[in-house]
Design a protein around this ligand. Structure first.
Ligand code: ADQ
Length: 517
């Protein structure tokens, strides 16, 4: 990158010479991951401000790639208070094995960029719910400004051999800002949410700016072929000289003399880890207890962030209809809905919470018997062990988003079913459907009768059929796991694979005394 001379420390050298390649620190490929949030949670506790790892498959999969070459993760720490981030993130970086670098946002920037554009305009629009989208020009200016801020941090921290990998819809204009700063490194972008079809995308007041800015990346990745097709269609409409070429998982888009590669990379989970953890004695015991507490009934499970894209009210209506139509389900099935609180400061989410509370109250009021409650509802995040207990205990998972980039819950549920039992009821509009539709019970989440029917079908499915389908689901997810996803992206981005970045057990990331936040 342009602006910063390389500071070489002993740690840098070690990090820069993996696998006996003997390259100098300045020339060894290094990864800079960028996402809206850093992969740590910064929070205030009785002992003052602390951090804990945010976890998740993406972080686990990227960690070796970042650690091995002295990599960097740039993101917003999620706090706008005046916290001593230097000391906090130094410690967290040592624990993570790679450098965490914060982008500080003011409360106003966070409000406009994060809530105003990311959550209130792009999120609903990209999930086809455009009537929920609000387009504030003031918030858009803040979005551009925050993307510029991210770009400045990356440009200051960068080196000539970096590969910059940017994640998600919060940072779609960042490459443009980096290029404006003179940064010439290769940059990739992965969109975790769907990309809408032209008739929806074209409603966005800043459609041309976003498309132009995206084309400043060298590689753009989508979850599914559908998302990529939508993107290419929009690009052709907004940029008449844009031409797509090629076939397969990665194609080329030529525009204004530049070639950008556009690929499909369906994200996944650390399958083996989920399967392994699900077999732990504590999880087996939690599963047994849950089944016992729920009276040995057939358990239906929903696990979602409480988000209007996840289709929770529609699913509840489907369940209500199933109980109405099929008397044999009453007293015999129990639906457990676990919802993680999300975006509580957005009014739509408050309305959704009230609606879910109301529907659950109505259904329980209508059908409950003295020894049976049709729905158990948990409105909180669960520790991994407990979550796995629910996954394993559930005979049927209801994963019915109205639209979803991928949906990892569907894959986690299958990975946890180590006994190859359980039925996945899956929305046609989850990205996961492209991979799993042959063995899941598919539903249109808007179709209440279809959802009731799917619940009925899953309930009556013969054990041999259940097991055959679950075995296929698990095979597919095992093969296409998160490591394969990173491999495929790296291959397309820099012609390397994960094995080129072997994990170093005792690696301690270098401290860079020159770094001031
Ligand atoms: P999300 O919209 O957050 O992700 P999803 O893919 O389902 O959706 O991931 C949710 C994660 O939260 C899962 O790992 C799940 O285990 C966890 N979770 C859910 N409920 C929980 C609970 N009650 N307690 C604890 N953990 C819980 C976005 C996109 C998705 C895309 C992912 C990854 O919207 O479409 O699959 O990014 O790219």
């Amino acid at each position: 990158m342009v602006s910063e001379p390389t500071t070489s420390t002993a740690g840098d050298t070690r990090a820069a010479e993996p696998a006996g390649q003997g390259q100098s620190p300045t020339r060894a490929l290094r990864f800079v991951a960028v996402s809206n949030r850093l992969p740590v949670v910064v929070e205030q506790s009785a002992e003052g401000w602390t951090t804990r790892p945010a976890g998740g498959g993406l972080v686990t999969a990227l960690a070796p790639v970042l650690r091995n070459r002295g990599g960097l993760w740039v993101g917003w720490p999620g706090v706008t208070e005046d916290v001593d981030l230097h000391a906090l993130l130094d410690r967290a970086s040592r624990e993570a094995g790679y450098r965490l670098h914060p982008v500080r946002l003011t409360a106003e920037e966070a409000r406009l960029f994060y809530l105003g554009i990311s959550n209130e305009a792009l999120w609903p629009l990209f999930h086809d719910l455009f009537t929920r989208a609000r387009f504030s020009p003031e918030a858009w200016r803040a979005y551009l400004e925050v993307n510029r801020k991210f770009a400045r941090v990356v440009a200051r921290r960068g080196r000539s051999a970096d590969y910059i990998w940017v994640h998600d819809y919060h940072l779609m204009t960042m490459a443009r800002e980096l290029r404006a700063l003179g940064v010439e490194q290769r940059m990739g972008f992965f969109l975790h949410i769907p990309f809408p079809a032209p008739d929806i995308f074209l409603k966005l007041p800043w459609r041309a700016q976003i498309l132009h800015a995206l084309l400043d990346y060298d590689l753009i990745g989508f979850q599914t072929a559908r998302d990529r097709r939508n993107f290419l269609d929009c690009a052709r409409l907004v940029l008449p000289d844009a031409r797509a070429r090629g076939k397969g998982a990665v194609v080329s888009l030529n525009h204004g003399g530049r070639t950008v590669r556009v690929g499909t990379f369906p994200i996944s989970i650390d399958f083996d880890e989920f399967a392994h953890q699900s077999s732990a004695p504590a999880v087996v015991e939690a599963t047994r207890r849950l089944r016992e507490e729920l009276g040995g009934r057939t358990i239906l499970l929903g696990v979602d962030r409480l988000d209007y894209t996840k289709g929770i009210p529609e699913r509840l209506e489907g369940y209500r209809l199933a109980l109405t139509r099929y008397a044999e389900l009453r007293g015999e099935v129990t639906y457990v809905q676990v919802a993680v609180p999300s975006r509580r400061d957005v009014p739509e989410y408050q309305v959704l919470r009230a609606e879910v509370d109301r529907l659950i109250g109505e259904i329980n009021g209508e059908f409950a018997q003295i020894d049976w409650v049709p729905i158990h509802y948990f409105f909180r995040s669960l520790p991994r062990e407990e979550l796995l207990g629910y996954y394993r205990a559930a005979d049927i998972a209801l994963v019915t988003p109205l639209k979803d980039g991928m949906n990892l819950v569907a894959k986690e549920y299958c990975a946890a079913h180590v006994e190859n039992d359980g039925v996945l009821v899956l929305s046609e509009f989850a990205g996961a459907a492209a991979q799993l539709h042959r063995w899941a019970v598919m539903v249109n989440p808007h179709d209440v009768e279809g959802t009731a029917e799917a619940i009925h079908t899953a309930y009556h499915m013969a054990p041999a059929d259940r097991q055959r389908r679950m075995r296929r689901l698990r095979d597919s997810i095992r093969r296409n796991n998160i490591y394969r996803w990173v491999d495929d992206f790296l291959e397309a981005a820099v012609a390397k694979r994960l094995n080129d970045f072997p994990y170093q057990e005792d690696y301690v990331p270098p401290l860079d005394p020159g770094e001031g936040f």
